[in-house]
Design a protein around this ligand. Structure first.
Ligand code: SF4
Ligand code: SF3
Length: 544
């Protein structure tokens, strides 16, 4: 196997024997086969679209299958094999769609991925086939290969957001169309480095629309989040912990647990759910449990109830909690019960069987500071900037992770001067969201904008501030310090670059899939740089 799509890539170059994440070589090969097959689907779906023909099943399969291959999502070879089978069916469906719209077969060269290769019947043979289509085989030029991988990872991250929006009944044909175009482009030998750089920027722009669509879906269904204190203690009683990003799954579970004496807790990226009026109205949504995803082994063993993942990041389950662990949606782990659909009675039964919590009072943390809430304070915020009470804003956002070096973000938040405000999003916030950072004239110094997809909301805040001060985002008193882990962070970064945001710091380490030449390009064009020492970086950003 060879996989280098996340920040944990072994030795900073790539996992070759087994994934640091726990991905086995058979799953890695099956996921490579899925990606190879999806390029074939994309070839035909893109051509069909050019003729005005669209098929919803093909579009939805594209995002679901890409999401399956995101880090820490699907570790089950049987489920990956099923996705590979469906991918080949969708390739044939997309080809038929094109031929019908075209009034006959395609006259040009058909690339291998889009040809009529057959999927072997056995899983071992599928694995052997997948091994031939790894990420190193994309392109013979290492820089083009690098940018193609950036594009693929951007599409994977966007597919996750598109899937959430789709589950909430929102689809945008433009987003599906772009993903088909992007994957099909990787089969086009005529395209060169700068074509793929352009596609990466287009990926970032399209993802702003995608995150915007998801934001709209959340707000239409659950109303705009409002600043909400969330308990990090526990209420006496039976308990279910929900991990992931999917608000609709949480809502369904809340409906099904109502009146059953089972309390529901959020884990990691579900924390912002507490800010939505349509979800916080459930009195048994009682608090947030634990810290970021990489601590789940220890923390889940201590959780006295059922646990369900609705999206990444799942890790190898410990024996202490495996029998009360469930997966849903794209997430799968071999031997862990998968809930297919919307009936959570097995999860509720497991919670009722488990011990449950004793009362454990604790402090509150604040969430729900999306753009509606922050811009509701716009006059106050602008006045505070003009008076000098707020000297600078810092977006400290992105993923948390297991590798050392991430205490940089804790120290950064701790050491920032008291006249600065932090906007945070995604799971990296767990490095500092329990610190008491106080407020500036009633404006909390730490504003939790939401999940990683709520980078959309942070962008809206930055654009509104730029509008109010009549300047560009790069001229605002605003610095961006990002932490990355997996492919959603890649697409969020592409979105920020597509807005021409400059001078960002990225850590804890740079991606293994970025070659030195591609990195130079990013530095020259965007002045993006790796995080260094907290003191030096902060001094530079504060202009001191
Ligand atoms: Fe390694 Fe990350 Fe790939 Fe897992 S997803 S195999 S940790 S590079
Ligand atoms: Fe990513 Fe697992 Fe944290 Fe949504 S999803 S941010 S790492």
């Amino acid at each position: 196997m060879f996989c280098f799509q996340c920040e944990q890539a072994a030795g900073g170059t790539g996992c070759t024997k087994i994934g640091v994440c726990g991905k086995q070589p058979d799953v890695a090969a099956l996921q490579d086969l899925i990606v190879f097959g999806l390029k074939g689907v994309a070839f035909w779906a893109h051509k069909a679209r050019e003729k005005g023909a669209i098929d919803r099943d093909i579009d939805v399969h594209m995002i679901e299958a890409l999401f399956t291959t995101v880090t820490n999502v699907d570790f089950d070879p049987a489920s990956c094999a099923k996705v590979a089978q469906k991918t080949v069916q969708m390739r044939d469906k997309a080809r038929a769609l094109f031929e019908k719209a075209n009034g006959g077969p395609f006259k040009g060269d058909v690339p291998a991925a889009a040809g009529d290769w057959k999927l072997p019947a056995g899983q071992a043979e599928m694995v052997a086939l997948g091994r031939k289509h790894g990420v190193k085989a994309f392109h013979s030029d290492p820089d083009v290969n690098s940018v193609q991988n950036i594009l693929l990872y951007g599409c994977k991250g966007m597919a996750a957001y598109a899937d959430h929006a789709h589950i909430l009944g929102k689809d945008d044909p433009k987003i599906y169309g772009f993903i088909h175009k992007a994957l099909a482009s990787m089969l086009d030998a005529k395209l060169g480095l700068m074509d793929f750089v352009g596609l990466c920027m287009e990926c970032g722009k399209t993802n702003i629309d995608c995150m915007g669509l998801l934001n709209k879906a959340h707000i239409e269904k659950y109303q705009a989040p409002t600043p909400t204190p969330v308990s990090i203690g526990a209420k006496a009683g039976k308990a279910i912990l929900v991990s992931g990003h999917d608000l609709k799954m949480l809502e369904e579970l809340l409906k099904q647990t109502e009146g059953k004496g089972v309390n529901v807790y959020t884990h990691v990226e579900m924390l912002p759910a507490h800010g939505y009026p349509g979800l916080k109205k459930y009195k048994h949504l009682v608090g947030n449990f634990g810290s970021a995803w990489q601590n789940q082994h220890k923390e889940f063993a201590d959780f006295p109830g059922a646990i369900i993942f609705n999206t990444n990041c799942i890790q190898r389950p410990g024996d202490q909690y495996k029998d009360r662990l469930f997966t849903w949606g794209r997430v799968q782990w071999p031997g862990v019960k998968h809930i297919d659909g919307w009936d959570f009675s097995e999860v509720i039964a497991a919670a009722q069987k488990a011990e449950g919590f004793k009362e454990m009072p604790a402090k509150n943390i604040l969430t729900g500071c999306g753009h509606d809430a922050v811009l509701g304070l716009a006059d106050k915020v602008i006045a505070a900037v003009k008076s000098g009470a707020i000297k600078r804003f810092f977006v400290i956002g992105g993923c948390d992770g297991a590798k050392p070096g991430r205490n940089y973000y804790t120290q950064f938040a701790e050491k920032l001067p008291k006249d600065t405000v932090i906007l945070t999003l995604a799971c990296g916030k767990y490095r500092f969201n329990k610190l008491d950072l106080g407020d500036i004239g009633g404006i909390p110094r730490l504003l939790d904008v939401g999940q990683c997809n709520d980078a959309y909301s942070a962008v809206q805040i930055a654009l509104a501030l730029a509008g109010a001060f009549n300047c560009g985002v790069n001229d605002l008193p605003l610095s961006i310090v990002l932490s990355w882990y997996e492919q959603k962070a890649v697409v969020v970064l592409l979105s920020l670059l597509s807005l021409d945001i400059k001078n960002m710091k990225l850590g804890p380490t740079l991606p293994a899939f970025v070659t030195p030449n591609v990195l130079n390009f990013l530095v020259e064009n965007f002045n993006i740089g790796p995080i260094g020492s907290v003191e030096e970086d902060m001094k530079q950003m504060l202009g001191a």
